[in-house]
Design a protein around this ligand. Structure first.
Ligand SMILES: Cc1cc2nc3c(=O)[nH]c(=O)nc-3n(C[C@H](O)[C@H](O)[C@H](O)COP(=O)(O)O)c2cc1C
Length: 399
């Protein structure tokens, strides 16, 4: 869920090789049902045609401030006001310099000047240009005024140089746009610690025990917390998804590593949400060499891993602790017992046998049970919405 459902993004595209990547940004924003209006600089139109942006955004593209509008409006003002978020990607050294110095001499620079919406700037340029102290001073100044930046990546640039200056990947740019679109900043000042994904318990150097967790739920929670203004630390087992941009990402492997990481950050945490599917057991003896197959059956003795939530429940002070219970039967009874035993504040219970729910699914059907036994039931919904509902409930009860 985005905090604002029907959103409008104005995307400014400037003159650089990476302008073609802005087409992918438009396409990704449109897939999220965002209304996209593109403003190109004259230089940008040398690299990519406005027609491509027009076709993808299904809106007219503006380049010339004095062009006859399709219906009467002062377009730089109307777009500036309509934008829920403003994106400039790729942003040239030139546009950064213009914004920092209050120059409004074309459609893009004038519209940015006129907007009150949050602005995200994604620079892309040759390394020497990016490292130029004037560009760096302009970026620092704009950051101090509240403009958001997404850093360029390092790599091989179009000009052949190797260094920093490649446009950040379009997925991260679109991901950060969600943060700009989220007007609710009710987690600002809160430190939120989230665990996600499975753990792996090695049997030998090539085999391990794990579970079906994909991390989708925990990553959605991390994104929701970030969008609502929290400082987020995401401790994750091995998964195939990218951490939300701007979140501190701690990779762990086994349950023991996850336990140590949670302990390291728990003291300064306000809200801990443990959505990881931590292995309850691990092989008692891990073989240092690959176990050879033989004709006989093989028995692996398992020993208990530390129960992270239980240990945390013992040392918890001011923190709100939320656990997850993935169950196949007796959902409520099991969840209530877990709250008591582990000194939790909430448990998010999901029946993993339901269709379109649980491991791997983009959706989840959950019930949230609080420490007083109150149960709030939610219909099947995308995991991003479940994530927001968890915070809605915590914050409502805190008031
Ligand atoms: C082939 C080519 C590639 C360019 N790539 C970039 C670039 O990646 N970043 C940048 O800041 N400028 C780049 N420039 C220079 C800009 O196009 C130039 O500074 C222009 O004035 C920017 O105008 P704008 O900010 O109005 O788009 C490039 C120029 C050429 C000819």
């Amino acid at each position: 869920m985005r905090c604002l459902k029907l959103s409008t993004v104005v995307l400014g595209v400037t003159g650089g090789i990476a302008a073609y990547k802005a087409l992918d940004i438009v396409s990704k924003l449109k897939k999220k049902n965002i209304d996209v209006h593109v403003i190109m600089t004259k230089a940008a139109s040398k690299f990519v045609t406005p027609l491509s942006f027009q076709a993808l955004s299904q809106n007219y593209v503006t380049i010339d401030m004095f062009a006859e509008p399709k219906r009467f409006e002062i377009r730089h003002i109307s777009l500036a006001e309509r934008a829920d978020a403003f994106l400039i990607a790729p942003a040239s050294a030139n546009i950064i310099g213009k914004i920092a110095n209050g120059i409004a001499d074309d459609m893009l620079s004038t519209t940015v000047m006129a907007t009150k919406s949050p602005v995200l700037i994604a620079p892309a340029m040759n390394t020497n240009m990016y490292e130029n102290p004037i560009v760096q001073k302009n970026i620092a100044f704009l950051k101090s005024l509240g403009y958001y930046f997404i850093e360029p990546e390092s790599g091989r640039l179009a000009c052949g140089a190797i260094g920093k200056g490649k446009l950040a990947d379009t997925e991260s740019i679109v991901d950060l746009t969600d943060m700009l679109l989220c007007k609710k900043k009710d987690l600002k000042g809160k430190k939120v610690l989230i665990t996600a994904g499975p753990t792996r318990e090695d049997i030998d150097p090539v085999r391990y025990i794990t579970n079906r967790s994909t991390g989708k739920m925990g990553y959605a929670i991390a994104k929701a917390a970030r969008d609502r203004g929290a400082d987020v630390i995401l401790i994750s087992g091995p998964v195939n998804i990218k951490a939300p941009y701007g979140v501190k990402h701690v990779n762990v492997y086994s349950a023991e590593e996850m336990y140590n990481a949670v302990l390291e950050y728990f003291d300064s945490t306000d809200i801990l949400i443990k959505s990881a599917a931590v292995a309850d057991y691990k092989p008692l003896n891990k073989s240092n060499i690959k176990i050879k197959k033989s004709d006989a059956d093989l028995y692996i003795e398992l020993t208990r891993n530390k129960d992270i939530l239980y240990e945390i429940g013992k040392i918890k002070k001011h923190q709100i602790v939320v656990g997850f219970a993935a169950e196949t039967n007796d959902l409520i009874e099991n969840a209530k017992a877990k709250i008591m035993k582990k000194n939790l504040d909430y448990i998010v219970a999901n029946d993993v046998t339901l269709k379109q729910s649980g491991f791997g699914s983009d959706n989840n059907t959950v019930k949230i049970i609080d420490k007083h036994g109150n149960i709030t039931e939610y219909p099947n919904m995308p995991k991003e919405e479940v994530a927001h509902e968890i915070f809605n409930l915590i914050l409502k009860n805190e008031r």
